[in-house]
Design a protein around this ligand. Structure first.
Ligand code: ZN
Length: 248
């Protein structure tokens, strides 16, 4: 398993690309869905650093790409144009070298200031639920569905697992953090951790809420609703019957 020291070695190897404008490709289908080339291609790579179990790649314009290797992820540095078989998650191509990420696991853009603002990793073993709770409590007015996507509060939850975890914990995405109990927040975070871990290990993703607008809730039959939420207007999915807006 990649530990901190191997991540620091990877960060050292990747220094040869720092200062270069890089071409960005995501050949693997699980990475291709993230739309990274459109946001990063042609940007200058400004810094590469290992922080905890994360490799943070800082690009010009304040964009920070977080790579968490989990069990099988590996970074390799190769000569530009080296032939390979298989589909790496990410290729960062400079004038002479290219950095290649295999079996990515976690690959995402995070806040402009990167590391210091990154919340505890939801895929941590074990996850630091208490720090996540403390950070969520710093945003009492925010809707819990919006707060769950804020990487400064909890790192790693995306729109799919936000919907699934809230459904599992029976909490509406529209409820304010202040109106959500510690037990409910823990239940949401634990559901996200368990569902995401299972997905990583099996490669299969359970979907009972996400992308199921208008279809019957698996628990009560009420049609699932969908509406854009937060600054990014990402679509939230929820059952209006068993995920009430207010605490019981
Ligand atoms: Zn329901």
């Amino acid at each position: 398993m990649p530990e901190g020291d191997s991540l620091h070695r990877a960060a050292q190897r990747l220094q040869v690309l720092v200062g270069e404008r890089v071409e960005v490709e995501t050949p693997h289908p699980r990475a291709a869905v993230k739309g990274l080339p459109g946001r990063l291609d042609g940007r200058r790579l400004e810094q590469v650093e290992a922080v905890g179990k994360n490799l943070l790649l800082h690009f010009e314009g304040g964009l920070v790409l977080r790579s968490h290797l989990r069990m099988k992820g590996r970074w390799r540095l190769e000569r530009r144009g080296t032939a390979r078989t298989g589909k790496p998650w990410l290729v960062l191509r400079g004038a002479e070298h290219e950095a290649v990420l295999w079996n990515g696991a976690v690959l995402e853009l995070v806040g402009p200031r990167g590391a210091p603002r990154l919340g505890p990793d939801i895929l941590g073993e074990p996850p630091d639920y208490e720090t996540m709770l403390a950070r969520l409590r710093t945003e009492p007015e925010r809707e819990v569905g919006d707060a769950l996507l804020d990487q400064r509060l909890v790192a790693g939850i995306g729109n799919v697992w936000k919907a699934e975890a809230l459904w599992e914990a029976r909490v509406s995405p529209w409820r304010a953090v202040a109106d959500t109990s510690d037990e409910e927040l823990r239940a949401i975070l634990q559901a996200a951790h368990e569902l995401m871990t299972t997905s990583v290990e099996t490669g299969r993703a359970r979907r009972v809420a996400y992308n199921r607008a208008g279809r019957g809730c698996r628990r009560c039959g009420t049609p699932i609703e969908a509406r854009g939420q937060g600054d990014g207007n990402r679509i939230a999915y929820w059952c209006p019957a068993c995920q009430p807006d207010h605490a019981h």
